[in-house]
Write a protein that binds this ligand. Structure first.
Ligand SMILES: [Ca+2]
Ligand SMILES: [Ca+2]
Length: 505
């Protein structure tokens, strides 16, 4: 029956193919392991040249039990015989052996970002600042079709902007190339072993626009949220945090590090949480992994925020690293927990001497801003106390004892947030990064948001704590950095998606 179906579809595909043979179409043998990856790539290059077409293709690896399908095309995201047009993105789904290191296919991988440029779109003027927007690759891997994987993260090294995408491409552009009205900003992809390290289970498979056949059920909940969680450059080293899928039953939060080089970066493990969370045991959510990193130069420490993955019992467990901030010594990798009772920290910055100011996602409501001591271990309450509520009646009832979400923190012996949103005030906001405000001396920080698509001004040190709207960018702001040498901020915004320069007027 299966064979007949395949034959029938082949016949249909051939008919469609011949009916449209005056156009460039997807070859009819790009399925069911008929052609090798090499052949397919060669054929597509030929089609592009002959028809003067400009479309991109990407390799999606899928584990297969069928030996004859290793390194062969299992299928594509398009119907067989589909017309190949400019701007199209074609997925070649290639068979790989289970648990192989996939090194062979990786060397042949075609990058989603290889031929793309940041392209100037427009400038938005606000009272005191201007936002200069550059469209970047790619709409296919943005929220909400990215399986809730952040689009990526940015940082600056010397005169270069580094960008790590959620598809594992590491890219840099020269900061000098970003000038108003410059239409295209060249970018260079840096080769690395980052995909080899991270490409396990569903790390790259949750992209719904990219991979219509994406299997959402191979680990955890719908393949959501397993992703990179931050990048950080310290001197000439690049640190990357991510959810590391050790095996079917074990997810850790890890940091890898590599010496910066513009051709190739070899990453190695820098830190992994000692324990795992089990993605097969509900509730589980890798969007609640935190992963933000902050360098404390005076102590030569790296602070690492580790989320709770929705495991309600871990943040209050003193021995578990989940739902904590960990301090890691950059010299000997020794670590200690510096604060407990966190759900999902998204942003961290320094404040005063030796204190951290952090933003944190609540559940339904309850986004918090906290001031955290590095020296004393204090408890920030989650999930005993929170100004948010459970998303469902089911969670509320089932986890009533371990996660009562009492409103007051102080009554239960916890540190109160210096600021919080209730759901009634703002619905779903989603703070992302927090960063010093270098533009306005009367305000201390900028706080960016995802769903709120807003930058807030936060005043902490001058008088009463006040959070006010600064500008609405209209896009989910995933990351923000300050470029000292140019006195400007760069935002990574994940709707269009785009890079935006924030300039003082
Ligand atoms: Ca960062
Ligand atoms: Ca709290």
């Amino acid at each position: 029956m299966k064979k007949e179906l395949i034959l029938l579809s082949l016949l249909l595909i051939s008919l469609i193919y011949y009916a449209q043979s005056n156009q460039a179409t997807l070859p009819n043998n790009f399925n069911n392991c008929q052609v090798s990856l090499d052949q397919a790539v060669e054929e597509l290059q030929e089609i592009k040249t002959q028809n003067e077409l400009n479309f991109e293709f990407k390799i999606v690896r899928e584990v297969t039990e069928r030996e004859e399908c290793i390194d062969k095309i299992l299928g594509t995201n398009l119907e067989q015989g589909a017309e190949l047009q400019n701007g199209l993105l074609l997925d070649l789904v290639v068979g790989v052996v289970k648990n192989s290191d996939n090194a062979k296919t990786l060397t042949k991988e075609i990058s989603l970002y290889q031929n793309s440029f940041a392209q100037y779109i427009d400038s938005q003027d606000y009272d005191s600042v201007t936002l200069i927007n550059y469209k970047i690759c790619c709409i296919e891997n943005t929220h909400p079709n990215s399986g809730s994987k952040p689009l990526g993260y940015i940082d600056v090294f010397q005169d270069k902007l580094f960008f790590l995408s959620n598809t594992g491409e590491l890219i840099y552009s020269n900061l000098d190339d970003f000038k108003q009205n410059a239409t295209k900003i060249p970018q260079t992809v840096i080769d690395s072993n980052i995909k080899k390290i991270t490409d396990k289970f569903n790390f790259y498979s949750g992209f719904r626009r990219l991979n219509k056949e994406a299997s959402y059920n191979n680990i955890g909940q719908d393949g959501w949220g397993e992703s990179f969680k931050d990048v950080l450059i310290i001197e000439d080293k690049l640190y990357v945090s991510f959810t590391e899928q050790i095996n079917q039953g074990c997810v850790k939060m890890s940091i890898i590090v590599g010496d910066i080089n513009f051709q190739y970066i070899e990453f190695e493990n820098f830190y992994s949480t000692k324990d795992c969370v089990d993605p097969n045991v509900e509730p589980y959510n890798a969007q609640q992994a935190s992963g933000r990193m902050l360098h404390i130069a005076s102590d030569n420490k790296l602070l690492f925020a580790v989320g709770d993955f929705k495991k309600f019992d871990l943040p209050q467990d003193q021995d578990s690293e989940f739902g904590k901030i960990i301090s890691i010594d950059l010299l000997n990798n020794e670590s200690q927990i510096i604060s407990i009772g966190h759900r999902n920290i998204q942003g961290m910055a320094l404040i005063y001497d030796e204190k951290v100011i952090s933003t944190e996602h609540g559940p339904k409501g309850g986004d918090e801003i906290n001031i955290i001591s590095i020296d004393n271990v204090e408890n920030y309450g989650w999930p005993i106390s929170s100004y948010g509520d459970h998303y469902s009646e089911y969670l509320k009832t089932t986890y009533a004892s371990v996660a009562p979400l009492n409103k007051s923190h102080s009554e239960y012996g916890f540190v109160e947030p210096i600021f919080y949103f209730t759901y009634e005030e703002i619905n779903s906001n989603g703070f992302s990064q927090i960063i010093s405000n270098y533009f306005d001396s009367t305000s201390d920080f900028f706080v960016t948001s995802l769903n709120g698509r807003t930058i807030y001004n936060l005043q902490v040190t001058n008088g009463p704590i006040k959070l006010t709207q600064f500008i609405q960018t209209g896009e989910r702001i995933r990351d923000i950095i300050f470029v000292e040498s140019k006195k400007l901020y760069i935002l990574l915004q994940e709707d269009t998606p785009k890079l935006s320069l924030l300039i003082d007027r």
